[in-house]
Design a binder for this molecule. Structure first.
Ligand SMILES: NC(=O)c1ccc[n+]([C@@H]2O[C@H](COP(=O)([O-])OP(=O)(O)OC[C@H]3O[C@@H](n4cnc5c(N)ncnc54)[C@H](OP(=O)(O)O)[C@@H]3O)[C@@H](O)[C@H]2O)c1
Length: 297
């Protein structure tokens, strides 16, 4: 019998790609808040994570492993709706741990945003002390897992990719679409990050699934191997797509007073995971190449 996976946030950017990737190998059950899943989903149910109990979801999917990708990811929305953010991003994890038995493994997708702005190349053992509601809500999710008796892996990452759900558009898609529509945009030249593509992350998640013992009850940083600014990322992306770069302006996050408190240094140090798994994570060029290969799938 193949392993049964439950993927939450399946209608989102990462979740949809994980369903596609893992359906080949595992028996995948997926869920999102939208009524309908994507056309290629085999077993999809709509489930609102604000529900008080997750028993029906767990009874339906009977998972050996849950990959919890669902979240409110819009930082500004989280700042304006902190209760909802804590409920969906944080307390959902407690409801998962309450609904499953101890044989079920949970992989929780967390974020660089659990770290404060002062930290550069944050390591796993650094103190998470988030500046934003979004970061705090994800830190809460981590807290419930690390204080549970479950077999878990927490993955803190910074992802870039494209949406199989064509009603959605992420950071890289927004850059491409704006330039194709001849709109001028500005990208932060004062924000550092270490992006990894969702396709590369999917492969690393599969490695974690296949080597359960090695990664059990661990928090791991899995990001790209090269530091860049959001501006650098945009320029590299456009060059790969042979699009003009003259519409991209250098912006500063500090010019946006009404923005959610997003750190100017979002970099993660992924060396612990790389040493443990003997994996070399991609640099910026490889991440963008990966994006180009998989963008129109
Ligand atoms: N994108 C990034 O830059 C980034 C960086 C670091 C970490 N992460 C983490 O990576 C994970 C995936 O991010 P993503 O960019 O793929 O997210 P996304 O595209 O915004 O998708 C979010 C998913 O969560 C679901 N969801 C939201 N509220 C829900 C609710 N009340 N009940 C059930 N499902 C609900 C959405 O369902 P519907 O679409 O059906 O409403 C959607 O499937 C998240 O945990 C995020 O914190 C993301």
């Amino acid at each position: 019998m193949s392993m049964r996976l439950l993927i939450t946030g399946a209608t989102g950017m990462l979740g949809a790609t994980l369903v596609k990737h893992f359906q080949k190998e595992y028996e995948v059950f997926s869920t999102g808040s939208s009524e309908k899943g994507l056309s290629f989903f085999k077993n999809y149910t709509s489930f609102d994570l604000k529900e008080p109990s997750y028993e029906t979801l767990i009874k339906w999917s009977k998972p050996n492993l849950i990959i919890h990708c669902a979240a409110l990811t819009n930082g500004n929305y989280c700042d304006l709706n902190p209760k909802e953010a804590f409920l969906i991003n944080g307390i959902s994890v407690k409801k998962i741990t309450d609904a499953v038995n101890l044989d079920t493994k949970v992989i929780y997708i967390s974020t660089d945003a659990v770290f404060p702005a002062e930290l550069h190349m944050s390591k796993e053992e650094d103190c998470a002390s988030p500046n934003s509601v979004y970061g705090k809500s994800k830190e809460l999710g981590e807290f419930f897992l690390t204080n549970s008796k479950l077999n878990y892996t927490i993955i803190r990452t910074t992802i870039v990719g494209s949406n199989l759900n064509k009603t959605k558009s992420g950071f890289a898609e927004w850059i491409l679409n704006s330039v194709k529509n001849k709109e001028e945009i500005s990208l932060f030249a004062d924000v550092l990050f270490t992006p990894i593509s969702i396709w590369n992350l999917a492969e690393n998640i599969n490695q974690i699934i296949s080597n359960n013992e090695m990664f059990s009850r661990k928090t791991l940083h899995i990001g790209g191997n090269e530091i860049c600014t959001k501006y650098d990322f945009g320029i590299e992306l456009l060059k790969q797509f042979n699009l003009p770069v003259n519409l991209i302006k250098k912006g500063k996050i500090t010019d946006f007073k009404d923005r959610a408190k997003r750190s100017t240094d979002q970099t993660l140090d992924s060396s612990y995971y790389q040493n443990l798994s003997k994996t070399v994570l991609p640099n910026l060029h490889q991440t963008i190449k990966d994006f180009k290969i998989n963008y129109n799938e």
